[in-house]
Design a protein around this ligand. Structure first.
Ligand SMILES: [Zn+2]
Length: 81
């Protein structure tokens, strides 16, 4: 489990968002097989999904999206420079 503080730290250090991956598909042309939900940093190694695609799968509004958290951090970081 990643707390918001931990996710923020990882993002500041690596610029990679940590997000909850609920729609991981097997790659290639095999039969689609959903993996168990898991935490991903950056892009998923298995299906190459990004946080934006995950938000799309979740069919959520921007305010409920996982991406929003990192957009806010991004704004904070710009203020410091
Ligand atoms: Zn995946």
């Amino acid at each position: 489990m990643y707390t918001l503080e931990k996710r923020k730290m990882i993002y500041i250090i690596s610029r990679k968002p940590t997000w909850f991956h609920t729609h991981c598909l097997t790659p290639g042309k095999k039969l689609p097989l959903w993996y168990d939900p898991t935490w991903v940093i950056g892009e998923c190694d298995l299906c190459a999904m990004s946080i934006r695609n995950q938000d799309w799968w979740n069919n959520c509004s921007y305010n409920q999206s996982q991406r929003k958290f990192y957009d806010i951090i991004e704004k904070e970081l710009k203020v410091w420079i």
